[in-house]
Design a protein around this ligand. Sequence first.
Ligand code: SF4
Ligand code: SF4
Length: 112
Amino acid sequence: MNADHEKCSECGLCKANCPVYRALLDESVSARGKAKLMKNKISSGMFFVCTLCRACKQLCPANLDLDFEGEREKLIADGKETDANKRMIGNIRKYGNPFGKEGEKPKELHCC
Ligand code: SF4
Ligand code: SF4
């Protein structure tokens, strides 16, 4: 894990590019919100509320590369994986696809 979160000035410029923030208008899902959690060493399910698109990095004046994947790894190691992730991985192991029974199309498809 890198320590870029320690360099976050909390300017908030990244929020304009974050698709999750723009959809939910919730500060805690923004890169700034997540950086604050990381600075305070708070492990949170909020790290799963992220597309990992890195659009926040594009607008960050310090070009910070916040390690959201590392935070997810820690959550999973602590057994705090989401039910949706567990289901998806179980389906891949059992059926070879993330949706479920072999050959059965899902009724709905969602992106993230
Ligand atoms: S990686 Fe994408 S979704 Fe996650 S905080 Fe950055 S801009 Fe938002
Ligand atoms: S733009 Fe960069 S420095 Fe500013 S709040 Fe976002 S991550 Fe932190």
